[in-house]
Design a protein around this ligand. Structure first.
Ligand code: PLP
Length: 404
């Protein structure tokens, strides 16, 4: 008789977005005359840049001719894309990353979920609280997180690093020693960032205790401030302790197109074996590459036109972020984020719970956001708004909130 992976049964229900969906649908049905503005989802809305579309068309045509047809992609991804990545994202910032340390993938969610495959089960993980749920849930599926305590909303074998108002929404070095540290800056959901000097402390700590940092930089293109690092490899010693995961989803609107990459430096070793060789083996066995067409589209993001156009898109979202931050601050809310990230993290007024504020905002302003408690216990009392809406809707949503 077969047995299933019972770790899946330990996972708490992922009620966040389904509960939001149900509540919004129920409200819309009961109030068909109300125009609901959705500032909840973490998905882009602007179309792909013209340079990307052009590259896609060209690559599609190539696939239609025997002379230019492409089958399976090389294991690490096409060199034209890995070269563009290394030049623009690393060498230009003084980071010593080589072309064969970059692994092209279909996105940062799969990579951040799959990376656990190359680590022993007994590794202890540390995560920020609130957190992007993928890091925790994928480790739970692997059996690395112990038992889930419903009341505390915490796993017994996970080290939680609270990111609260007191810590400026940044984690502090954990008191218990972790083996794997998940960091995401600029952060989803809080929109917070840390300076290069602060990130260096994490690198130094990881080197000292022999931990690996899994660094999710999916939002690096939203950074506007000078001293915020775009890559963890801007820190000294990071190539010996950090894996960096990146995505084209938020940088270039590829959420439905699918493209990302992971950097595993060859200097990162365990008992003389490189993690690079393990990840190469893992990907070579379980993954057959991102499509040629999409990798060409990714290459176009790095072209002069592509850079200009995607920067404009990000500028559009960041203008929304500014509208939200300024409007809510004027209305008396305590807000953070929105400066180096498309997320605005606000403190609920009058000690409302995250869900109470969700209902209040939906019913009184017909605006949908995301309850902070859905990202972890330290998110209780907070609320996330995203800058991914249209400018007009964002303006209107802020006006409605101001009038409450
Ligand atoms: C959106 C997002 C990603 C991107 O995932 P893709 O699979 O590349 O679309 C990764 N990490 C975080 C924290 C995100 O919010």
């Amino acid at each position: 008789m077969f047995k299933m992976n019972e770790n899946y049964l330990k996972l708490p229900g992922s009620y966040l977005f389904s509960t939001i969906g149900k509540k919004v649908n129920a409200f819309a049905q009961a109030n068909p005359d109300k125009k609901i503005i959705r500032l909840g989802i973490g998905d882009v809305t602007q179309p792909l840049a013209p340079a990307v579309i052009e590259a896609l068309h060209k690559a599609v045509d190539e696939m239609g001719k025997a002379e230019t047809f492409h089958g399976y992609a090389p294991d690490l991804g096409y060199e034209f894309l890995r070269k563009a990545i290394v030049e623009h994202d690393y060498q230009a910032r003084g980071c010593q990353i080589s072309v064969d340390e970059v692994f092209i993938s279909d996105g940062a969610k799969s990579d951040s979920g799959n990376i656990g495959d190359i680590f022993a089960l007994e590794n202890k993980i540390a995560v920020c609280d609130p957190v992007y749920p993928v890091y925790v849930d994928t480790n739970a599926m692997a059996g690395r997180t112990g038992e889930y305590n419903e009341e505390l909303q915490k796993w017994s074998d996970v080290i939680y690093m609270p990111c609260t108002e007191e810590t400026n929404f940044a984690p502090e070095l954990p008191s218990k020693e972790p083996d794997l540290i998940y960091l995401c800056f600029p952060n989803n959901p809080t929109g917070s960032t840390i300076t290069k000097k602060e990130l260096q402390k994490w690198v130094d700590y990881a080197l000292k205790v022999g931990a690996v940092i899994i660094y999710d930089a999916a939002y690096e293109a939203y950074i506007t401030e000078e001293d915020v690092p775009h890559s963890i490899y801007e820190c000294e010693g990071a190539t010996a302790c950090a894996i960096e995961i990146r995505s084209f989803s938020k940088n270039a609107g590829f959420t439905g197109t699918r493209l990302g990459f992971t950097v595993v430096p060859k200097e990162l070793k365990c008992k003389g074996t490189t993690l690079h060789s393990l990840w190469a083996r893992r990907q070579g066995t379980k993954f057959n590459g991102a499509p040629y067409i999409i990798q060409r589209a990714g290459e176009a993001v790095y072209s002069e036109e592509g850079q200009k156009q995607t920067k404009e898109q990000i500028g559009y979202y960041m203008k929304n972020a500014k509208v939200i931050c300024e409007g809510l601050t004027l209305a008396g809310y305590t807000v953070s984020g929105g400066v180096n990230a498309p997320y605005i993290w606000l403190k609920t007024p009058d000690k409302m719970s995250s869900w109470e504020f969700f209902d209040y905002l939906l019913e009184q302003a017909n605006v949908v956001g995301t309850p902070g408690s859905g990202f972890g216990p330290s998110g209780e009392g907070y609320f996330r708004l995203t800058a991914f809406g249209s400018y007009e809707n964002t303006l209107e949503a802020v006006e409605r909130i101001k009038k409450l």
